[in-house]
Design a binder for this molecule. Structure first.
Ligand code: HEM
Length: 243
């Protein structure tokens, strides 16, 4: 038992050391990272003009979906753990969101300009009992429709124009977008008949809801709050020892 405790302590120290290293590099090059993320987003849009775009449109969808998950999890995680790296990443959410939006845009729109896909989807949309959305594609379209206003207003001009309150309210669209994209991923993944994508979708939505709740009401589960708080306490101890 004691050996496990020592192993845990060592892993925690290693984790803290890596955390500090990454935070240090990120804070030293913060502006550069922001610019690189924006430049990356514009480069992604250039894919519209590439004849080979079809070969990576699936990867773009996967990257957009994963980024959306990261962006949404950052907020409750930073409240719960209060680690410097998470707080630094919170400041990059706008740039990460723009990159996610551009990837999602190219992924989604490219399918629609592909005649064979458009034709097949159109047929399957109309085939089932008159007019029923093909579940996965419908969720993708709704997800993209919710992400687009976020992409278009992720700039200082829009914040000024809308005012902070309305802008924040508009950006809550990220939550339903997350829901629809999880649904879309579930149906469009390798084999949605297998239990894995289903378990993944339930785990994602469940963990996120739980984390949001804990960040909002930290006292709801005192034993859990204690465990989570312990990481912060151990980190501060680690920092004190290093000074
Ligand atoms: C007009 C909207 C959209 C359409 C028509 C669309 C279409 C598709 C199609 C056809 C696939 C299957 C790809 C394949 O099997 O080769 C797919 C997969 C996927 N899409 Fe979309 N999509 C849309 C929007 C989005 C958005 C907005 C996101 C994320 C923000 C997204 C994320 C994904 C992900 C994560 C996968 C699964 C990749 C995998 O597991 O392999 N999609 N989409």
């Amino acid at each position: 038992m004691q050996e496990y405790g020592i192993l845990f302590d060592h892993s925690l120290t290693l984790g803290f050391r890596m955390h500090d290293r990454v935070s240090d590099i990120l804070s030293r090059h913060y502006l550069l990272v922001k610019r690189l993320l924006l430049a990356g987003s514009y480069l992604v849009l250039l894919a519209f003009f590439l004849p080979t775009a079809a070969s990576f449109q699936r990867d773009f969808g996967e990257m957009a979906g994963n980024l959306l998950i990261v962006i949404l999890f950052l907020s409750p995680l930073s409240v719960l753990f209060r680690m410097p790296l998470l707080l630094l990443l919170m400041g990059l959410r706008r740039e990460l969101g723009i990159l996610m939006g551009c990837l999602a845009l190219v992924h989604g729109v490219w399918y629609f300009v592909t005649p064979s896909f458009f034709w097949e989807t159109g047929q399957s949309l109309l085939r089932v009992s008159g007019f029923v959305w093909e579940k996965g594609i419908g969720a993708g379209i709704i997800g993209l429709a919710l992400i687009l206003p976020l992409l278009l207003t992720s700039n200082t001009f829009s914040v000024r124009l809308l005012g902070g309150k309305l802008w924040k309210r508009l950006h809550r669209l990220a939550y339903p977008a997350f829901f629809f994209i999880v649904f879309h991923r579930f149906f469009m993944g390798e084999s949605w008949q297998s239990p894995v994508p289903f378990v993944e979708a339930v785990l994602l939505l469940g963990t996120y809801t739980m984390m949001k709740f804990l960040a909002w009401r930290p006292t709801a589960f005192p034993w859990l709050q204690e465990r989570i708080g312990e990481v912060g306490v151990r980190y501060r101890q680690y920092r004190m020892e290093r000074v």
